[in-house]
Design a protein. Structure first.
Length: 196
């Protein structure tokens, strides 16, 4: 079951109107868990998702959060299976070629919110393709991305930061407690966290 997400101590759900979204964090700050929780919540509310992480624990975490609805998600290791009608297509963790194949499949991309966790892992070409998408959630360490300046300059409807990155954002991230992020949207902002 997905975690409850709180923005300024009120329940928060990310939706299509909040995209594109950038979530930036350093390891062990809470950004990883929040990212996957946001996407699991979208999926459980009916959104079609294309999901990839660099490492298998992220994929495992997603499947744990959607327990009871796993039949609506398909784990794919081969590009020939990308035409799946499953509500969530979960790509093999760390498979850069499979991600690029998916990003080049327009019919697939147009129907789904794309979630790329550990965006820094997937390299310049994938990062560049992701920047062209409007229904995208980019999650990872902005400062370690090959295209960090282009990623930071992009116009996002939502940015969530767990600390101030070296790469400039359009706002200053306040000092935060561990496992708490700062969410900035055009009409709101505040502290975002998972209620465990």
């Amino acid at each position: 079951m997905a975690h409850r997400i709180l923005l300024n101590d009120r329940e928060y759900h990310i939706g299509l109107s909040n995209l594109p979204c950038l979530i930036t964090y350093k390891e062990k700050s809470g950004g990883s868990q929040l990212s996957i929780s946001l996407v699991a919540d979208m999926f459980l509310r009916g959104e079609k998702i294309l999901f990839i992480t660099a490492y298998p624990p992220g994929k495992d975490n997603f499947f744990e959060l959607i327990k009871g609805k796993e039949e609506k998600a398909e784990y794919i290791t081969d590009a020939s299976k990308l035409n799946s009608d499953a509500r969530a297509i979960v790509l093999e963790s760390g498979n850069k070629e499979l991600l690029l194949s998916a990003l080049n499949t327009t019919a697939l991309i147009n129907k789904r919110t794309v979630f790329v966790k550990n965006i820094e892992f997937f390299g310049e070409e994938a990062q560049e393709k992701c920047l062209g998408l409007s229904k995208i959630i980019l999650s990872g360490n902005l400062d370690e991305c090959a295209n960090k300046d282009a990623i930071a300059r992009r116009q996002y409807k939502t940015i969530i930061a767990f600390s101030q990155p070296i790469t400039p954002l359009p706002f200053t991230v306040p000092s935060l407690e561990r496992f708490v992020g700062y969410l900035k949207e055009c009409d709101k902002g505040g502290l975002i966290k998972i209620e465990m």
